[in-house]
Design a protein around this ligand. Structure first.
Ligand code: PMV
Length: 307
C-alpha cells in the first residue's frame, strides 16, 4: 500500500500579473489531499476521468506500454474549484503514488514536471505556480521568464507566529467563471488598455517584493497595507465581483485586510479570500455574520509527502 498526500495552495499575491512575467508569491495551506494506491490483480479506480489524464502522461514520460493494475482511494480536505489548487494536489499525489507503484525513485522535479502536464489538461495554459507550490511546499516565489524557463524558489524563512496566527481563509463560493475565462478576460483588457495594465502589474510586482520583506520581519502594519493595495489592483483589473468587494470592504472597515487568491470571479463568488486581522476573532465574526465558510489553517506547510 502506498499513501501520499499533498497540501492545497493559495496565491499570497501576484496572480494574473504572473501571466505577464511578474513574480507571484504562493503558499501551501494545511488542507490536504491523500491518495492510497494498492496493487490489485483486477485493479479499478473510481475516478476514471483522472486516470485518463494521468496515465498517458506517465506512459509517455517513461515510454511504458502498460501499467500494472492498481486500486486508488482519494480523500480530500481541499474544497474544489475555489482557488485552493485541488487539481494540482490530486495530480501530484496520484503521480507520486503511481511512480512508487512502478518502482521509480521519487524526484520532486520530475513529479512537478508531470503534474504541470496534468494541470495543462485541466486548465489549458496555467503558469505552473500551483503545481510547484503543492509539490515543493512552504512559501514559493514563482516567476515565468519564458514559456520554458521558470524560477521556482522556496522562500528561505517561515512566517513568524505573530503574523501566521492571524490569517484566515474565507470561502466566498465557487466562481461561475473558470480560471481560463478570467485569464482571457484580463488578456482582452490588456490588449485594449496597455499602459494602464502595465502600471498595475509593475505595482503588483513591487508589492510582492515588499510582501516578502514584511512577512520575514513580521511587520503587521506593512502586511495590512500590502494586502489592501494588492486587492485594489486586482479590483482594478476587473477580477473581483461587487459581491466579494463588499465582503472585503467589511473586513477593511473592521481594521483588517483581505484579498482574492487566484483567478477571482466577476459574477458572484470569487473563491477563497486570504484575510488578515490583528485580532483574528473579528474575521470569524464577520464570516459567521455573512454565512461564509472559513478555515483557520496554517500557511507554508510541507509539500508532497509519503505518509
Ligand atoms: O485559479 P487559481 O487559483 O489556480 O489561480 C490562477 C492564477 C492566475 O494567475 C490567474 C493564472 C495562472 O495560471 O497563474
Amino acid at each position: 500500500m502506498i499513501k501520499v498526500s499533498a497540501p492545497g495552495k493559495i496565491h499570497f499575491l501576484g496572480e494574473h500579473a504572473v501571466v505577464y512575467g511578474k513574480p507571484a508569491l504562493l503558499t501551501t495551506v494545511n488542507l490536504r489531499m491523500s491518495v492510497i494506491l494498492r496493487a490489485k490483480p483486477e485493479g479499478s479506480i473510481a475516478n476514471d476521468k483522472l486516470k485518463k489524464i494521468i496515465e498517458p502522461i506517465i506512459k509517455k514520460k517513461f515510454n511504458l506500454k502498460i501499467i500494472p493494475p492498481y486500486e486508488l482511494d482519494i480523500s480530500s480536505q481541499i474544497p474544489i474549484g475555489s482557488g485552493f489548487g485541488s487539481s494540482a494536489a490530486v495530480s501530484a499525489s496520484y503521480i507520486a503514488a503511481l511512480l512508487s507503484h512502478l518502482g521509480y525513485k521519487w524526484d520532486l522535479n520530475v513529479i512537478n514536471q508531470l503534474t504541470f502536464a496534468a494541470e495543462k489538461v485541466f486548465h489549458g495554459n496555467p503558469s505552473g505556480g500551483d503545481n510547484s507550490t503543492v509539490v515543493f511546499g512552504g512559501l514559493v516565489w514563482f516567476r515565468k521568464e519564458t514559456p520554458d524557463l521558470k524560477i521556482i524558489q522556496q522562500v528561505p524563512f517561515t512566517i513568524p507566529n505573530k503574523l501566521s496566527k492571524n490569517f484566515m481563509l474565507i470561502n466566498t463560493g465557487n466562481p461561475k467563471e473558470t480560471t481560463k475565462d478570467m485569464v482571457e478576460l484580463v488578456s482582452s483588457k490588456v490588449k485594449s488598455q496597455k499602459s494602464k495594465f502595465k502600471k498595475i502589474f509593475e505595482d503588483q510586482e513591487q508589492l510582492v517584493r515588499e510582501l516578502v520583506i514584511a512577512l520575514k520581519e513580521g511587520d503587521e502594519n506593512e502586511l495590512i497595507k500590502i494586502i489592501r493595495a494588492g486587492e485594489k489592483n486586482l479590483e482594478s483589473i476587473g477580477v473581483v465581483s461587487s459581491y466579494v468587494a463588499s465582503i472585503i470592504r467589511t473586513v477593511e472597515k473592521a481594521g483588517g485586510a483581505a484579498k482574492i487568491c487566484g483567478a477571482g470571479g466577476k459574477t458572484k463568488g470569487a473563491g477563497v479570500l486570504l484575510a488578515y486581522h490583528p485580532t483574528k476573532n473579528t474575521l470569524e465574526e464577520i464570516s459567521k455574520a455573512l454565512n461564509l465558510p472559513y478555515f483557520s489553517t496554517s500557511l507554508g506547510v510541507e509539500g508532497l509527502r509519503q505518509e
